[in-house]
Design a protein around this ligand. Structure first.
Ligand code: TYD
Ligand code: MG
Length: 430
């Protein structure tokens, strides 16, 4: 029998451990040390959600006992995506549970019917009160639980309105506890506004195992899913979906969605074979330059590309490549709602600006990648063969690359540039 004295002696902290509650907790705790050699490494592996693009981001699927926070702006498609995940996992006959605190049972059913056939064990708990959750878990023994949203549910034992920091924390704590106890993956929906001011998601990031964010432009069908934090794998992968009448569909050919509307022959446009995790994606970078009006300071605008990196490239273009940018406004963007953060984008971005300034288009079948140093030199970047292979696959025939770049695939001419000045001259024919 464990006594208060034993606990106090073992824990070495008498004040804290002498209460009857502490003894009780000690005895009830299911956690017991196990020889590491007896741990089954396959038991807690990820379980595929059945949505390949999501599984790519998760490194295989959802890990039993883990808690994932799925954040995104209202209306971006979080509930739709999770309903598809629930349906997919329940289509095998397993039970899954959706705790819907924002939409009524009728609303959820109508939406679910748009997405496909209803699996029999897709269980719904339409409530805002999380005290119903332990009982529901016992009754349904689900293989996945979704709580939509963490800002709309309450823990009756905690003070505060739904969505308040105290409530959001208490509800997350409860979910983390239940996930571990039942060895079930939980996904919590969290609404995030553009400026990230809403209470909750930002402060919850360290309580959960994985933080995913869904992003997309209301006026564009493309939705991206990426991991901001992932305890069970890398965070660099990007999931691509297209929102249509029957929910979110995997984008099987990103090329069509990202470059389908491209108009070749327009100055200020380049194509970058960008790496998103292990996958190469062709992304169009655009730049527009205009004379700065009056005495106003010159404007710099960066969308989907790093603003600091753009400023640096403009300075290098001016100082090392002889491209004059005095009294010039510069607008630069990555097309299609994709974000490009890698230094490998430098060369393509700088060439887009140079092409806009001299008002000459780059060859339509050219891609470019490489990091630009402060001395104007072009530096090598990782995954050159994969970038070149993807560009060749969709029909690009020339690549402007760092000097050390290996030979390209068949049908792809490699043009090596040592400096930005040389690259600008080669690409714009100036
Ligand atoms: P929703 O999943 O409700 O967003 P969130 O949970 O992030 O707030 O998605 C809302 C938008 O998605 C809404 O504007 C309608 C659109 N939508 C479709 O275009 N097709 C569909 O099949 C569904 C279910 C929604
Ligand atoms: Mg929703």
């Amino acid at each position: 029998m464990v006594t208060a004295e034993t606990v106090a002696r073992l824990a070495g902290s008498p004040e804290r451990w002498q209460s009857p509650d502490a003894v009780d907790a000690w005895e009830r705790s299911p956690a017991r040390p196990t020889p590491l050699g007896e741990v089954d490494p396959t038991q807690s592996g990820p379980v595929p959600t059945g949505l390949g693009e999501l599984d790519r981001v998760l490194g295989g699927g959802l890990v039993p006992g883990s808690v994932t926070l799925l954040g995104g702006e209202p209306g971006v498609g979080k509930s739709t995506l999770l309903l598809q995940v629930l349906s997919s996992m329940a289509s095998t006959g397993a039970g899954v549970l959706l705790v819907s605190a924002e939409e009524s049972a009728q609303q959820v059913r109508l939406r679910a019917e748009r997405l496909g056939p209803l699996p029999p064990r897709l269980m719904l708990l339409a409530t805002t009160d999380l005290s119903a959750l332990p009982g529901a878990l016992r009754d349904t023994a689900p293989v996945l639980v979704v709580v939509d949203s963490v800002q709309a549910v309450t823990d009756p034992a905690t003070a505060g309105a739904p969505g308040s920091l105290g409530q959001v924390r208490a509800c997350t704590d409860l979910v983390v506890h239940l996930a571990k106890l039942h060895r079930v993956p939980f996904v919590l929906v969290g609404h995030v506004t553009k400026d990230g001011t809403l209470a909750g998601p930002r402060t919850l990031e360290h309580l959960v195992d994985t933080v995913l964010s869904v992003e997309g432009d209301r006026h564009h069908a493309l939705r991206t899913v990426r991991a901001a934090k992932h305890r069970f794998g890398p965070t660099g992968e990007l999931g691509l979906f297209e929102m249509n009448e029957t929910g979110l569909a995997a984008v099987t050919d990103p090329y069509r969605l990202l470059l389908g509307d491209r108009r070749p022959g327009v100055p200020g446009s380049t194509v970058l074979p960008a790496m998103q995790g292990q996958r190469a994606l062709l992304v169009e970078l655009q730049a527009l330059t205009a004379r700065t009006a009056g005495d106003a300071p010159s404007r710099r605008s960066a969308q989907g590309v790093d603003g600091g990196r753009l400023a640096l490239l403009l300075a290098v273009l001016e100082q090392r490549a002889g491209v004059s940018l005095a009294r010039t406004d510069v607008f630069a963007s990555a097309v299609g709602g994709i974000r490009v953060a890698e230094p490998a984008a430098d060369l393509a971005l700088a060439l887009a600006v140079a092409s806009a300034v001299v008002d000459r288009p780059l060859p339509a079948d050219l891609v470019a990648f490489g990091e630009v140093g402060l001395g104007g030199e072009i530096r090598q970047v990782p995954h050159a063969p994969r970038r070149l292979a993807e560009a060749a696959r969709v029909g690009f025939r020339h690549a402007l690359v760092p000097e050390s770049c290996p030979a390209g695939p068949k049908g792809m001419e490699i043009v090596q540039a040592r400096s930005l000045a040389e690259a600008v001259a080669l690409a714009t024919g100036t």
